[in-house]
Write a protein that binds this ligand. Structure first.
Ligand SMILES: NC(=O)c1ccc[n+]([C@@H]2O[C@H](COP(=O)([O-])OP(=O)(O)OC[C@H]3O[C@@H](n4cnc5c(N)ncnc54)[C@H](OP(=O)(O)O)[C@@H]3O)[C@@H](O)[C@H]2O)c1
Length: 288
C-alpha cells in the first residue's frame, strides 16, 4: 500500500502560532483544525453551536493530547454576531493563520441582515470577519479561503440578487456565485495584504464526503458519498496552503490538489474583484 504523505509537512512546527478555523466542528474544517493542532498551533474553532463544537474539541484533544483548542461563537449569517466574534479575537493575540472554511450549500432564504442566505453566509460573513481582522494578522501570516470548483459555473456576481431571498429552486446557482465571490475576494485581499507579507490562498478542497450534502435525499447522499474523498483528504489543500514553506509569497492564486490552477476567466477580473470589495464594504458600513 502507498504511504500517505502527512497532511502538514513533518518539518513544519506551528508551536507558538495562533490559527483560527471557521466551521470546524465537522467536515473539512474539523480535519483542518485537528492537523493544525497536531503541528503545535493553538487553534480557535469558530462555529455556531457550542454543544456540537465541544464534541469536536473533545475528539481533537483525544487525538492530540495536550492540544490547545478553544471554541469561539461565530454565526456568519449575522453581521452583528460576526462583529462580536471579531471583537473577541481582537482582544487576544494576533492571528498567524486564518482559515475561512465555513460554508453551506443547498439552503434557501436570507441571513439575519436580509442578504441571500448562501451569498451572505459564504461570502459576506467571511468578508466581515476577515475585514475586521486584517490589521490583527501577524505579518508573514496566511489567510486561506475554501472556495470550490463550483465557481467555474458562475457567470458573474448579481449584486441586486444578493439583497433578496434565494431565487433558484435548489440554491445551486447561488452556491456557485458565492464560491466565485470567494475566489475574487482572495484575489483582492492578497493585493491589500501584500505590503505586510500576508499571503492569501483560494482553493478547491476536492469533492468531499462531508455534511455539506445533507440537503440531498438520504439514499442519494449515501451513494454519492461512496465516490467522494474523506474529510481528512479534503483538508489536504487547505493545510498545504496554510503551512507549506514552499508556498510563501505565492499569494492571490487558486489551488486544487495542492497545485495552482487557473480559476475561471471571470474570477481573474481585477475590476470585478475590486467592485465586490467596494460593495461588500458598503454593505458592512450600512449595517447590512
Ligand atoms: N464537501 C465538498 O465536496 C466541498 C467541495 C467544494 C467546496 N467545499 C467547501 O468546503 C467548506 C467546508 O465544507 P464541508 O464540506 O466541510 O461542509 P460541512 O461538513 O457541512 O461543514 C460546514 C461547516 O460550516 C459551518 N457553517 C455553516 N453555516 C454557518 C454559519 N452561518 N456560521 C458559521 N458556520 C457555519 C457548519 O456549521 P454547523 O455545523 O453549525 O452547520 C460546519 O461547521 C465549505 O466552504 C464548502 O463550500 C466543500
Amino acid at each position: 500500500m502507498a504511504t500517505k504523505l502527512p497532511l502538514v509537512e513533518s518539518s513544519v512546527s506551528l508551536v507558538g502560532k495562533l490559527a483560527v478555523v471557521t466551521g470546524s466542528n465537522t467536515g473539512i474544517g474539523k480535519a483542518t483544525a485537528l492537523e493544525l493542532a497536531r503541528a503545535g498551533a493553538r487553534v480557535i474553532v469558530a462555529c455556531r453551536s457550542k454543544d456540537k463544537t465541544d464534541t469536536a474539541i473533545a475528539e481533537i484533544k483525544a487525538a492530540v493530547p495536550g492540544a490547545v483548542v478553544e471554541f469561539l461563537a461565530l454565526d456568519l449569517a449575522s453581521l452583528v454576531k460576526t462583529r462580536a466574534a471579531v471583537a473577541t479575537l481582537r482582544a487576544g493575540p494576533a492571528i498567524d493563520i486564518l482559515v475561512n472554511n465555513a460554508g453551506l450549500a443547498g439552503s434557501k432564504g436570507t441571513t439575519a441582515d436580509g442578504f441571500e442566505l448562501t451569498f451572505g453566509t459564504n461570502h459576506l460573513g467571511p468578508f466581515a470577519l476577515t475585514h475586521g481582522l486584517m490589521d490583527h494578522l501577524v505579518p508573514g501570516g496566511r489567510v486561506v479561503v475554501v472556495a470550490s470548483k463550483a465557481h467555474y459555473r458562475a457567470k458573474g456576481i448579481n449584486f441586486e440578487a444578493a439583497r433578496k431571498t434565494t431565487a433558484s429552486k435548489t440554491g445551486v446557482a447561488e452556491y456557485c456565485e458565492s464560491k466565485l465571490a470567494n475566489v475574487l475576494f482572495a484575489r483582492e485581499l492578497a493585493k491589500r495584504l501584500a505590503d505586510r507579507r500576508i499571503d492569501v490562498y483560494a482553493l478547491h478542497p476536492g469533492v468531499v464526503a462531508s455534511d455539506i450534502w445533507r440537503s440531498l435525499p438520504g439514499p442519494l447522499e449515501h451513494i454519492a458519498k461512496l465516490f467522494m474523498i474523506t474529510t481528512e483528504e479534503g483538508a489536504r489543500t487547505s493545510l498545504h496552503c496554510a503551512t507549506s514553506p514552499a508556498l510563501a509569497g505565492q499569494t492571490g492564486l487558486y489551488w486544487d490538489k495542492c497545485t495552482t490552477r487557473y480559476p475561471s476567466r471571470i474570477a481573474q477580473q481585477d475590476d470585478l474583484a475590486s467592485e465586490l470589495w467596494r460593495r461588500s464594504e458598503a454593505w458592512l458600513q450600512a449595517g447590512g
